[in-house]
Design a binder for this molecule. Structure first.
Ligand SMILES: [Zn+2]
Length: 387
């Protein structure tokens, strides 16, 4: 097994030690990275959230007057709450060729390897620049990176290629699904359950919405559109939360449902949403309003991000394949920030160390040979961008 450099290992240890669970500020980590880059003569720009608690970091190594390759990763991690860890989640533990710790695979190892390469990037006198773009709040709906993308994409000179280092086992991923998630609040009218015909049952109306969603999901599974490169090969529909009612002898006044569409790139999830809303408002609502006028549905978007669908013959795909030595590309079901970069006109692929199977779980780990493969990948990038 190839062992990563000690610089990369130390950097992973350092980054994992910052508890950057999405609900926390990531500024301690960002400030540490800024200081590290400054020590190597590299200036960084920060893009803060509204209350200044979190920031994206963007830095350019090499000439600023031409496009270049952007290495992108998120700094936040998912919570460890309720998970049974056999090690301290915020202290990297090496065992059996693996590094255990929260964020080792999703996705501090990629960020750490890129940072550990900074002295080599800086010494290489690159003809084409490397950009580092590190975000916050990816795990809560790809929220934070949007500000940085808006700023970077509006510049006259912007990156011509982006590699998002989410865990793909260092395979080159050219497409992923997009997501649209919604909450539907049902307002009914309460009364004694013995005269339930004088009330409007919010739980039952919500249940009919869920059934409608399920029916759409079945139709997409049976009839497509299908893309066999995805697993599963169709747009999925899923209801994750239903809550309503207080006691069996009360007709429930309130209920809400949270659901999502995970759609193939290019598919339109808003058309599916419109189908559900149309059903609720033309079929269910008249029956509810016939009993009580102030009943109804409120629909609130929770989050959305676009799918990624980079053409196989795009230069960024050729670049990533040359760096990884892979002759095949893949498509994945999980979402990343890559679709947002693509939507902003920056050609993007996903390629990073570790496996999504270990992400978000207790005892998350990355294999050492994955970290080493990532180092080799970025080493070849230096050769390619060199003077
Ligand atoms: Zn991630």
């Amino acid at each position: 097994m190839t062992r990563p450099s000690s610089a990369a290992l130390q950097m992973i240890e350092r980054l994992v030690a910052f508890d950057t669970t999405s609900r926390n500020s990531n500024l301690a980590l960002i400030e540490w990275i800024r200081g590290y880059l400054a020590d190597h003569g590299i200036a960084a720009e920060l893009f803060f959230d509204d209350d200044g608690r979190k920031a994206n970091l963007f830095a350019t190594i090499g000439p600023a007057d031409r496009g270049g390759v952007m290495l992108s990763g998120h700094t936040d991690v998912v919570p460890i709450d309720g998970q049974e860890w056999s090690t301290d989640a915020f202290r990297v533990t090496e065992k059996d060729g693996r590094l255990y710790g929260r964020g080792t695979t999703d996705m501090k190892s990629f960020v750490a390897v890129a940072l550990a390469m900074v002295p080599r990037f800086a010494a290489a006198r690159l003809a084409t620049p490397v950009h580092l773009a590190f975000s916050y709040d990816e795990e809560v709906g790809c929220l934070g990176v949007r500000r940085m993308i808006d700023a970077v994409a509006a510049r006259p000179i912007r990156p011509t290629a982006c590699i998002v280092g989410e865990p793909t086992g260092m395979q080159v991923v050219v497409a992923h699904k997009g997501k649209l998630s919604y909450r539907c609040d049902v307002r009914g009218f309460e009364c004694h359950s013995s005269i339930c015909h004088t009330g409007v049952n919010a739980v039952e109306a919500a249940a009919e919405v869920v059934v409608r969603l399920k029916r759409i999901g079945r139709r997409l599974r049976e009839e497509g559109p299908h893309d066999p490169a995805f697993d599963p090969p169709y747009t999925t529909v899923h209801t994750g939360v239903v809550a309503g009612g207080t006691a069996l002898n009360i007709v429930p006044k309130d209920c809400f449902v949270e659901f999502e569409f995970r759609h193939l790139p290019g598919a339109d999830p808003r058309a599916l949403l419109a189908e559900v809303r149309d059903y609720a408002e033309t079929v269910l609502l008249p029956e509810m309003r016939a009993v009580r006028a102030d009943t109804g549905f409120t629909w609130t978007e929770m989050s959305s991000f676009p799918g990624l669908g980079t053409p196989e013959d795009a230069p960024v795909v050729e670049l990533a394949r040359a760096l990884s030595g892979a002759n095949r590309t893949g498509k994945v079901a999980f979402g990343t920030e890559a679709g947002l970069f693509e939507a902003a006109g920056i050609p993007t692929v996903v390629c990073g160390p570790g496996s999504i199977d270990q992400a978000h779980k207790p005892d998350e780990f990355v294999a050492l040979d994955q970290v080493a493969a990532c180092e080799a990948f970025l080493g070849r990038l230096i050769e390619r961008l060199g003077a």
